[in-house]
Write a protein that binds this ligand. Structure first.
Ligand SMILES: *[C@@H]1O[C@H](CO)[C@@H](O)[C@H](O)[C@H]1NC(C)=O
Ligand SMILES: *[C@@H]1O[C@H](CO)[C@@H](O)[C@H](O)[C@H]1NC(C)=O
Length: 376
């Protein structure tokens, strides 16, 4: 009797271990989306808290004294951006909300200074905890793009100091990392995997948005690509780099882009890897050179021709002189399935505010719903 019970316990333990779930849907929210015009505006209450397990509020900054910095007082505080996002936990009590600090346009020098100075590491940890308490957040996402050279050791020191300070209250610590193995190496993967709750591998922006037409976020290398590209410029190569480097798969999240890279082409020359005149025009909502949100693709190119690439598992769309390599419901589903095959923690999204939230091409929040459907 007793041995049967033990066997059952062992079996349950075994199942629990091997069946570690791919269940995280980490939703980055670009808080400035609240300020976009017309149908492009996306406020805290537009987030469906049942379609995300985590919401990462982007971005906060870092001061030279180590304290966290509010970047848009009006939007983040006066209009209640931060508190309205954490209030989503009243709808879904299992939801975790994190402050994301840094981002692609942040000053990296201040990270170098703070990471390299033990007192400033502590100041950053204490400031983060004060923010968690004030705004009812559950953790910090460090989006330092990127620690290089002499930062590699101090990056780990900073993460350790933050984790040690957060641990007594169970606050989460996550990071976002570069996805091109050959461009920014030097992460101490085993240590990061030990310290962190999640490592968000930014598996997009794989090609510079100039030159020939190219995909933003191919899942696999293309049959006709160079070996270097096949080894570096796709999500599978990036994830394998982290796994081969010693990351616990259950600490990794694969990135899914709700935007694409745009090009201006000659209408008759619309294949992948065709010469382009330059980037497409900025979208009316996101106003970025080189990219368009999925919502803008839907609304402004409803009659574009979509070509799905079987090797890379992503689509492109062309419409007269407009070309975009992007993600749709089919390609995001492939990425979720990939995460499941590799037993990853889950997926993250940059960023949920450019989904088809109005349902202009299908169901509202069609990409996020496709992800959730595939996760279950
Ligand atoms: C690779 O290039 C050849 C020759 O240009 C072309 O016929 C073929 O369709 C390409 N394959 C893919 C998967 O793009
Ligand atoms: C769009 O961005 C450019 C700078 O890239 C800026 O000059 C312009 O004012 C922006 N337009 C809108 C409508 O925000």
């Amino acid at each position: 009797m007793e041995s049967k019970f033990l066997l059952l316990l062992l079996l349950l333990g075994f199942l629990g271990h091997t069946w570690a779930a791919t269940d995280k849907v980490i939703c980055y929210y670009a808080s400035w989306a609240a300020l976009r015009p017309e149908k492009g505006a996306f406020v805290a209450e537009d987030i469906d808290p049942n379609l995300c397990t985590h919401v990462n509020y982007a971005f906060l900054g870092l001061n030279h004294d180590g304290t966290l910095q509010i970047l848009d007082e009006e939007n983040d505080v006066n209009q209640g951006g931060l508190k309205r996002v954490s209030a989503l936990k009243e709808v879904n009590p299992n939801l975790k909300v994190l402050l994301s600090i840094g981002g692609a346009s942040a000053d990296t020098g201040v990270f170098t200074t703070v990471a390299g100075t033990p007192e400033l590491q502590q100041a950053m940890a204490q400031s983060a905890i004060e923010f968690f308490e004030t705004y009812n957040f559950d953790g910090l996402d460090v989006d330092w793009e990127y620690p290089r050279g002499g930062d590699i050791g101090t990056y780990i020191d900073l993460l350790s100091a933050l984790k040690t300070a957060f641990e007594p209250n169970g606050y989460l610590l996550t990071v976002a990392v570069n996805s091109i193995p050959g461009e920014v190496g030097g992460y101490d993967i085993p240590k990061m995997s030990d310290i962190l709750d999640v490592i968000n591998v930014m598996t997009y922006d794989f090609h510079a948005p100039w030159g020939n037409t190219a995909e933003n976020s191919p899942l696999y290398g293309g049959d006709n690509e160079s070996q270097w590209n096949r080894d570096n410029r796709n999500a599978d190569a990036a994830i394998r780099y982290w796994l081969d480097g010693g990351a616990d798969p259950q600490k990794l999240a694969i990135g899914i882009a709700f935007y694409g890279h745009t090009y201006k082409i000659s209408p008759e020359n619309h294949d992948l890897d065709s010469s382009a005149e330059g980037p497409g025009d900025p979208g009316p909502y996101t106003n970025n050179t080189f990219s368009l949100g999925y919502n803008e693709v839907c609304e402004f190119h409803p009659d574009g021709t979509v070509v799905f690439l079987d090797d890379m598992k992503v689509p492109y769309l062309y419409d007269d002189d407009f070309w975009i390599g992007y993600d749709n419901e089919e390609s995001v589903t492939y990425k979720v399935q990939y995460a499941q095959e590799k037993n990853l923690a889950g997926v993250f999204i940059w960023s949920i505010d450019t989904d088809d939230m109005q349902g202009l091409c299908g169901e509202s929040n069609g990409l996020l719903k496709a992800i959730n459907k595939a996760i279950q």
